[in-house]
Design a protein around this ligand. Sequence first.
Ligand SMILES: Cc1ncc(COP(=O)(O)O)c(C=O)c1O
Length: 466
Amino acid sequence: MALQRLLLKKAFGEAKPKSLCCFFSTAPPSLPAFDYEPKPYNGPRADEVFQKRKQFLGPSLFHFYQKPLNIVEGKMQYLYDENGRRYLDAFAGIVTVSAGHCHPDVLNAIFEQSKLLQHATTIYLHHAIADFAEALASKFPGNLKVVYFVNSGSEANELAMLMARLYTGNLEMISLRNGYHGGSSNTMSLTALNTWKYPIPQGEIHHAVNPDPYRGVFGSDAKSYAKDVQDHIDFGTAGKVAGFISETIQGVGGAVELAPGYLKLVYDIVRKAGGVCIADEVQTGFGRTGTHYWGFETQGVIPDIVTMAKGIGNGLPLGAVVTTPEIASVLAQKTQFNTYGGNPVCSAGGLAVLRVIDKEKRQVHSADVGSHLLARLRDLQQRYEIIGDVRGRGLMVGVELVTDRNEKTPAKAETAMLFEKLRELGVLVGKGGLHGNVFRIKPPLCFTKDDADFLVDALDYSMSKL
Ligand SMILES: Cc1ncc(COP(=O)(O)O)c(C=O)c1O
């Protein structure tokens, strides 16, 4: 080891030995220290749970890993399996945990509210929903000041679509290829990832060419991609567009950032045609991108409607739609009611999440740790041909693997192998993209530089063994 360090020093001067610890890929890296002892677990084991799941739950459920993990406890950025083994959670239950697993402030808010009152619909007054709405609205620019609470991202997008259609009097919606907006019938129509949708009639939805700088047909040329939206409006919708919806960085599609300047051009086009612009912030919001609190801000636009879920509740079933008073007024023509949306427990938990993100300065932290992670991944890209693209912002990062950098041939089998290897080493990442060849790295926002180093070292070690 001393010799190795000496050689490293000779080759790289005073470069941090830690960040190069796996240059020679001798020993597997180990998890950063963490002062927490998981509770003893005496519940059912993985095989039993898996059997029961197969017998009683829908056959469409999928799971990660050849041998599915039985996760029984979570603490901040770590998860523990049935044997008390610790894993670095670099996927946050699909970007759902923002503050950290079982963050004490969020837990406390949920407990305290649960002891007083678990449920009261909006037919009665309760301060929790009003306090939460006020705090959430304060996070938005422009006239985005009216909040609706729902229970999930799909529901938020359903409501956004309803608003767009009622407000404009049009039906046609435009979304992006490679986008994902939910599992309900309507949101599945917006979704243009074949593995997630059924071939059922999906009228009035138009899928525009994806402005993907890495794989897209026009590279980073936002104008050419925007022209496709104009074509859809002119020829597909006959000029009658209700709205345009897109994620501000595609999540399920593989952490794909939209070509710079794209949303500005498209929002202009859509608004000129009488439509409204919806930003799906289900994965990107709440400081995750680091430079901004909301993903849409990275493109310099202000949407007419914003939808959110996942990170808003740190694991609670909670979603929201925020819009302008003008758009909201059309929904007041009829009754708008949601039994659980904004219930006191979720509202108290959601408010605590906002406070934690502010108190612990998680947005700045995301920028800081995210740029360290991206820099280290880009170093790795110099050394491994298989890494075709490293992209993202803050703690919303994608690593796309290819067997040929020029052809960008998806390295599907290698991705699957590395995915298993990472898990063996104690790192849980997500996997996605159109071809299933992208590692999705979206940890809880308390993820540290040491965690980032461990993740990259584990990837380095695994790739050296490919
Ligand atoms: C961008 C985006 N929108 C909407 C949804 C749907 O959210 P939910 O699963 O809470 O319905 C998801 C879920 O992954 C998502 O990633």
